[in-house]
Design a protein around this ligand. Structure first.
Ligand code: DX5
Ligand code: ZN
Length: 216
């Protein structure tokens, strides 16, 4: 049975007070920090890159999950491993040679993970399931925090869970206190939470509430 992990996404955190935001989620029981890397090409938004990610890594004890929503991810995985990412998560749609890229991430010493957009069938990653340490199922179209979960993505999680029962399955997008148990029931065990943690008065207490809800 997999551990249930809350992975706050700092995309909507206060970047002028990142240190205190990171301390808050540490104290709130988070298990991973989820970093959304956006390049303005693969997704219609720009966030931050390996530089800021490295600073975040130095400012927290929590392991980093670097979610690359970028074109040409082959050019950047080395840098994300270098700044200490535990997981380097690449979008299946962003590379032609997915198998090669996942193997490369492992060779470099990080845990490879693959992510699929809502419209991408799980069959597209069937043959690389043994090459990854986690699958990230996007439950919104990537690019922005604060969107609503697309319900059919839960069906994809259910099917994936059946396909490989021991797989770590992360869900990303639109997770709130009132739908996280539905996501857990579908088979997810790692939950990215952005605005529902950082757009509140107390990220620490809210994070703790998420941890309590999902482990109950
Ligand atoms: C979407 C990102 C998500 C997002 C989650 O492109 O990959 O990680 O920031 O934010 P919420 O929880 O607000 O949907
Ligand atoms: Zn993400």
């Amino acid at each position: 049975k997999q551990a249930q992990i809350i992975a706050p996404s700092v995309l909507n955190a206060n970047f002028l007070n990142l240190q205190s935001e990171l301390t808050a989620i540490e104290n709130g029981g988070a298990g991973l920090v989820h970093l959304d890397i956006m390049d303005g090409h693969f997704v219609p938004n720009i966030s931050f890159g390996p530089g800021i990610s490295g600073l975040i890594g130095k400012a927290t004890k929590l392991p980093l999950d670097c979610h690359l929503m970028i074109d040409n991810p082959e050019l950047f995985v080395d840098e994300f491993v270098k700044i200490g990412a535990r997981y380097v998560t690449v979008q299946a749609e962003s590379t032609i040679h997915l198998d090669r890229l996942l193997n490369r991430i492992r060779e470099l010493g990080a845990k490879p993970a693959v992510s699929i957009n809502p419209a991408t069938p799980i069959e597209n990653i069937k043959w690389v399931l043994d090459s990854v340490d986690m699958v990230l199922v996007m439950s919104v179209n990537p690019g922005f925090g604060g969107q609503s979960l697309i319900p059919y993505c839960l069906d994809k999680i259910r099917a994936l869970r059946e396909m490989k029962p021991e797989l770590d399955i992360e869900i990303d997008g639109g997770i709130k206190l009132d739908n996280i148990l539905e996501a857990k029931k579908a088979g997810a065990n790692i939950f990215v939470v952005g605005s529902a943690i950082f757009k509140t008065n107390s990220p620490e207490l809210t994070c703790r509430e998420f941890v309590g809800t999902v482990s109950a």
